[in-house]
Design a protein around this ligand. Structure first.
Ligand code: SF4
Length: 367
């Protein structure tokens, strides 16, 4: 590992590169705290091109954090539908409510960490970009850039690695440049220092970087191999009645708050048809007749590979259960664009769709 990395020189070349090459993004042009908070939550694990239309729509509908805090959860989930990783929407909403109750978004990393659903990275990003506090904000991009620059060969996600990363990020920042340093580090990781094929020739740190002199710079960071997603057999039942379809809204948990044609895992030893009858009976208090199998939908989550057998069903309008588990509302719905549908639910509906205009998909999503 080389030792001639002067933080002042690294900061200067990083900022020079950032000002020459940064992408113009709406939250960078007007980095108000609410804009930064919204963009940070939306951009986690999601491509910027996917985020942009959602960001614009959210700000048009909820121009301030107070407006957003006052929105009903169902509207929030519906507006987020298609963006994936729905826990972020609930975290954003919970954090906005707390911030609004405190009179606005807090200005320091320490106070931001007190908001529900806001972790060290997001708190550091908001504090530095919106308020200029010289604090560290280490996400996957920054982790990649800094471990490569310094040739850090240990796992950076262990406690010692996190402390090391925080210290390296902190020595690069300072008063007056905190927001730019945070964004420049992220930008470098998102563009030149990509996970598989870093463009070291286009990087402001190529002369200082230990990984650039390695045979394979992409071998850093040294992360443990990812576990393969677990194959999860599931079943979904779609009941159409003219131009409406039977949908149920999920309770908190996976896809919580979103609407779907009921869709659940198949238990071991159970047939898909029996699983469907069980789900409708136990969770929705409905009897069903299972019709033809329409096909299979595949949907990949971070830890699960969902394989969903899709059936047509006829729902009997029997009773509603005294305490349905897993779902909080149910009923027949027409146009779905105002309902929050998960990307999985959209795929299931498309598979059984004979009237495409009713089921226009939302924007591309990651989940
Ligand atoms: S020189 Fe290459 S490996 Fe090093 S930080 Fe720049 S892009 Fe990443």
């Amino acid at each position: 590992m080389t030792t001639t990395k002067l933080p002042e020189a690294l900061q200067a070349s990083l900022l020079q590169w950032y000002h020459a090459h940064r992408r113009k993004l709406p939250w960078r042009e007007d980095p108000q705290p609410w804009h930064v908070m919204l963009s940070e939550l939306m951009c986690q694990q999601t491509r910027i091109a996917t985020v942009l239309p959602y960001y614009d729509r959210f700000l048009e509908r909820w121009p301030t954090v107070q407006d957003f805090a006052a929105a009903p959860e169902e509207q929030v989930m519906s507006a987020w539908a298609g963006l994936g990783y729905y826990r972020r929407a609930r975290n954003l909403h919970a954090a906005a409510k707390e911030a609004a109750a405190r009179g606005g978004i807090p200005s320091t990393k320490a106070e931001l960490l007190e908001l529900p659903g806001i972790g060290p990275y997001t708190a550091g990003a908001i504090a530095s970009i919106a308020f200029g506090e010289p604090v560290a904000a280490v996400d996957g991009n920054v982790e990649r850039v800094l471990t490569r620059l310094h040739g850090y060969a240990d796992n950076p996600r262990r406690a010692a690695g996190k402390r090391w990363l925080e210290a390296r990020a902190l020595e690069l920042t300072g008063p007056g440049v905190a927001g730019d340093v945070t964004q420049a580090l992220m930008e470098l990781g998102a563009t030149a220092c990509s996970p598989r094929n870093p463009s070291c020739g286009a990087c402001p740190w190529s002369e200082h970087c230990d990984a650039a002199r390695m045979e394979d710079p992409s071998s850093l960071p040294a992360l443990p191999a990812r576990r393969k997603p677990v194959l999860t057999p599931m079943v979904a039942g779609v009941c159409r009645d003219d131009d409406v379809v039977f949908l149920a809204r999920r309770a908190p948990g996976l896809f919580g708050g979103l609407w779907e044609p009921p869709c659940e895992p198949v238990s071991q030893g159970e047939s898909p048809e029996d699983a469907l009858r069980r789900v409708f009976r136990e969770r929705l208090g409905r009897r069903i007749e299972v019709g033809r199998r329409v096909g299979e939908v595949r949907h990949q989550l971070t830890h699960r590979d969902l394989r969903v057998q899709v059936f047509e069903v006829t729902v009997q309008p029997t009773r509603r259960p005294p305490s349905a588990e897993g779902y909080v509302e149910q009923g027949y719905h027409g146009a779905t664009k105002d309902l929050g549908l998960s990307r999985l639910a959209e795929k299931v509906l498309h598979l059984t769709d004979e009237a495409p205009p009713l089921w226009v998909a939302a924007a591309p999503a990651t989940t």
